[in-house]
Design a protein around this ligand. Structure first.
Ligand code: NDP
Ligand code: 8X3
Length: 256
């Protein structure tokens, strides 16, 4: 029987690419996000190409009741979740702490930290009740260990994801539920466009002179991590473009 995966934030970037890789591996999928038009297109594509079953779930992960109600309304066979990929997240704004916009801070904390918790609580309860183990993959960031100027709150939210990944691993150990964290550096998705509130010029400047990672690169890593035998767990992977050494040091070539 096919396994089932739930991928949050599958309407774009790393999440959409991860849904594609998992569908190729034969997973039935629950794909979530707010932009259900995009999720529906992805659903149609994956069902057509890979013959898997895909369920679209539209909700704002910042809202606990919306999140819980959406999950609780899943049909029974889509609740048998073997793999949860906690990917939905964002950075909003790029400025010093005294200039920050509290509504950006709230979006980041409510999405990256609280949203991840809301989904994890429900899905881990289902996994435990089923008694067949499971796997949770959290998409963290290099920002989860390397705080940088103009990114204090985003970095704090990803530090929280890093801590939660370690704590969840300890809590869920006895149930055979593996917890892995993937912590990418620069990945070219809609991430920077969102961070800079739709400013395309500033967003493209982030990747100037660099060959960044792609959503597909991260998806392939997720696909590998979850394909390992059950007695192996990849706790934590930090991955960057070859032109990036840390959050603080990127080599930009003149070309591109
Ligand atoms: P994208 O902006 O391309 O994708 C973000 C996804 O998160 C979208 O599908 C979006 O769906 C979803 N999302 C955001 N807010 C909400 C919300 N309130 N409710 C439900 N879903 C939401 O960015 P990435 O693919 O790059 O980001 C994915 C993850 O990777 C994030 O956690 C990010 O922090 C992390 N990351 C990204 C890096 C990068 O350089 N790109 C590097 C390291 C980590 P929708 O808008 O439809 O709701
Ligand atoms: C995204 C990577 O370096 O922009 O998490 O924070 S970074």
């Amino acid at each position: 029987m096919n396994k089932t995966a739930l991928v949050t934030g599958a309407s774009s970037g790393i999440g959409a690419a991860t849904a594609r890789v998992l569908a190729q591996q034969g997973y039935n999928l629950v794909i979530t996000g707010r932009r259900t038009d995009r999720l529906q297109l992805l659903c149609d594509e994956l069902e057509r190409l890979y013959g898997v079953r895909v369920h679209v779930l539209g909700f704002d992960i910042q809202d606990r009741f919306q999140t819980e109600n959406a999950l609780e309304a899943l049909p029974d066979h889509f609740r048998q979740i073997d793999l949860l990929v906690n990917n939905a997240g964002l950075a909003a704004g790029f400025e010093h702490i005294d200039q920050g916009d509290p509504s950006d801070w709230e979006r980041m904390i409510d999405t990256n930290v609280k949203g991840l918790l809301y989904v994890t609580r429900v899905v881990s309860q289902w996994m435990i009740a089923r008694g067949e183990g499971g796997h949770i993959v959290n998409i963290g960031s290099i920002a989860g260990t390397q705080p940088y100027e103009n990114g204090a709150v985003y970095c704090a939210s990803k530090h929280a994801v890093h801590a939660l990944s370690q704590g969840m691993r300890a809590d869920l150990l006895e149930y055979g539920i593996r917890v892995s964290e993937i912590r990418p550096g620069m990945v070219e998705t809609e991430f920077s466009l969102v961070r800079f509130h739709g400013d395309r010029r500033r967003a493209s400047e982030v990747y100037r002179g660099v060959e960044p990672l792609t959503g597909e690169n991260i998806a392939d890593i997720v696909g590998w991590v979850v394909s390992l035998p059950p007695h192996i767990n990849i706790n934590d992977i930090e991955v960057m473009p070859s032109q990036q050494a840390s959050a603080y040091r990127t080599f930009r070539s003149k070309k591109k």
